[in-house]
Design a protein around this ligand. Structure first.
Ligand code: MSP
Length: 504
């Protein structure tokens, strides 16, 4: 089975922040998990380089848009290995292949009769690069996201006849009830569609920083259509000499934030329909990471509001896995949630260092100490067999639905269960009593098997940590067949080094 997952492509008008890392890590967890299950996976991320936000930022800095794009694209590209994103390709919308493919697809939309020339007049946010409809405008004629005053724009544009797709979109939502997830976002998108669709600008006449409209070279495509198409165009040139489109299109999951729901859940399927292409299986819409401001109000973390957590700094202090863990543990994937450095530090200590880290070092240490590192080959304690029964199926089922936080919670319940088991069985007491050797064998074997399983299940979430753990366990099998409790048995273990040393 093929599994194709994407992130939004990020604007290069600013440096990456934790919000960008968040979407990318979410998609990465799904990609890594599906690889464990032996699926044929393609994971795409990249940058969105055209359009007014970039042109404006470049102008402000006195550089050309291409120079700014080159500089900031590199920063996003460098973020990927740092957060351990296992993306198969990094797309830049200034890639010549992407631009040619955009022209190709949109020419088809034109030739299929879904495009006309008209005059646009309305309210526009240059930061969103988005025309706002009346019910999207905040008091004082402001952008509801950036809170800046909207500008009145009037120009001759090519239009995409979105309104003609209302019925087909409603049919899509009826026939693919999990086209948009979670459910409340599906409802939001569907009610937007039912509220009546207006045609949208497909081109801009007054901009030059973009992909040229092939049938009217005085125009460039409206950046959103150029950007959305990345998901499709990348497949045609990501592997030199190979076209992956057949193999991976339509996409399985587009992971996005709720700010760009309208584009992905309404415009995107419509433009694909207009081009005669299949629509994606799912769009997963996550919430915002929020930061508390000085007045105690919660704001979306965003560069323009100046309240960003810098992922590079966090990684330096706590490590990549801690960041990957925190984002999905503290905020439920799909909901909004407040993040802070203080909470970050607390979870690091309480859950990673004390719960998981101690479990790993204690359990391996006890086997090393009481059994010279040899894992007793005895039957497993039924209490733990029961506690782990069905876990891997539950985790797979949750991740099939991109419910990352719930999957992590299911795993973490077992981290806690194993710690409780160690406390209950108190192997250090058993070790003092020569008559209780069998009980000790069983307790040690049962705990260490649990730790092995946790390693397999946590692989997509904490890849670096699990690699360290698996070194100590002498077993690096993270394939899904190894995910069941009792599916494999370890032979010898070594004492694990602290997985989460005290943060600097
Ligand atoms: N370039 C467009 C997307 C085009 S996709 C075809 C864009 N770029 S962006 O740089 O502004 O990134 C937006 C995405 O970054 C959001 O949809 C979300 O995935 C992520 N986030 C940015 N800030 C965020 C938070 N504060 N919280 C959570 N995610 C955030 O829009």
């Amino acid at each position: 089975m093929s599994f194709y997952v994407t992130t939004p492509i990020y604007y290069v008008n600013a440096a990456p922040h934790l919000g960008h890392a968040y979407s990318t890590i979410g998609a990465d967890i799904l990609a890594r998990h599906m690889r464990q299950r032996g699926e044929d996976v393609f994971f795409l991320t990249g940058v969105d380089e055209h359009g007014e936000p970039v042109a404006l930022a470049a102008e402000k800095e006195g550089v050309t848009p291409q120079e700014l794009a080159d500089r900031n694209a590199a920063r996003f590209r460098d973020l990927m290995p740092l957060i351990n994103a296992s993306n198969d390709f990094f797309i830049r919308t200034t890639d010549a292949e992407h631009k040619a493919a955009v022209q190709d697809v949109l020419q088809r939309v034109h030739d299929n009769g879904h495009v006309y020339k008209g005059e646009y007049e309305g309210w526009y946010c240059p930061r969103c690069a988005d025309f706002k409809t009346e019910n999207e405008i905040e008091d004082g004629n402001r952008c509801p996201i950036h809170h800046i005053e909207l500008t009145r724009e009037k120009e001759e544009n090519w239009f995409f006849a979105l309104s003609a797709f209302q019925e087909r979109l409603e049919q899509l939502y009826a026939s693919q009830p999990d086209f948009v997830m979670p459910r409340h976002r599906y409802n939001e998108a569907l009610s937007f569609i039912r509220g009546g669709l207006q045609d949208v600008s497909l081109s801009r006449a007054n901009l030059t920083w973009g992909v040229t409209v092939p049938w009217d070279p005085g125009h460039v495509f409206y950046v959103w259509f150029d950007a959305l198409l990345n998901y499709y165009t990348a497949l045609s040139y990501a592997r030199p000499g190979e076209d992956l489109t057949e193999r991976f299109w339509p996409a399985t999951y587009h992971v996005i934030g709720k700010d760009i729901l309208k584009f992905h859940c309404v415009f995107w399927p419509a433009i694909l329909m207009a081009a005669g292409l299949p629509v994606p299986e799912h769009v997963f819409v996550h919430g915002y990471l929020l930061m508390q401001n000085a007045e105690g109000r919660e704001d979306k973390m965003s560069k323009s509001l100046g309240n960003v957590l810098d992922p590079f700094e966090i990684i330096e202090r706590f490590g990549t896995d801690a960041l990957r863990f925190y984002c999905f543990r503290d905020v439920s994937f799909g909901q909004d949630g407040v993040v802070s450095t203080a909470q970050f530090g607390q979870r690091y200590e309480a859950e990673l260092a004390n719960e998981l880290g101690n479990l790993a070092s204690r359990s391996t240490n006890m086997v090393a100490r009481y059994r010279d590192g040899v894992v007793p080959d005895v039957s497993l304690d039924p209490a733990l067999v029961e506690a782990f029964a069905g876990l891997e199926a539950d985790v797979a089922g949750l991740l099939d639905r991109a419910e990352i936080t719930q999957a992590l919670e299911a795993i973490w319940e077992r981290v806690r269960r194993l710690n409780a088991y160690v406390a209950e069985t108190a192997p250090w007491q058993l070790a003092k009593d020569p008559e209780r050797g069998e009980d000790l064998d069983r307790a040690l074997a049962s705990v260490i098997e649990g730790v092995r399983v946790l390693g397999v299940l946590l692989t997509p979430f904490l890849p670096e940590t699990v690699a360290k753990l698996q070194m100590a366990l002498g077993d690096a099998d993270s394939t899904w067949t190894a995910a069941g409790y009792g599916a494999r048995r370890l032979q010898r273990v070594e004492k694990a080094e602290p997985l989460f040393p005290r943060a600097a």
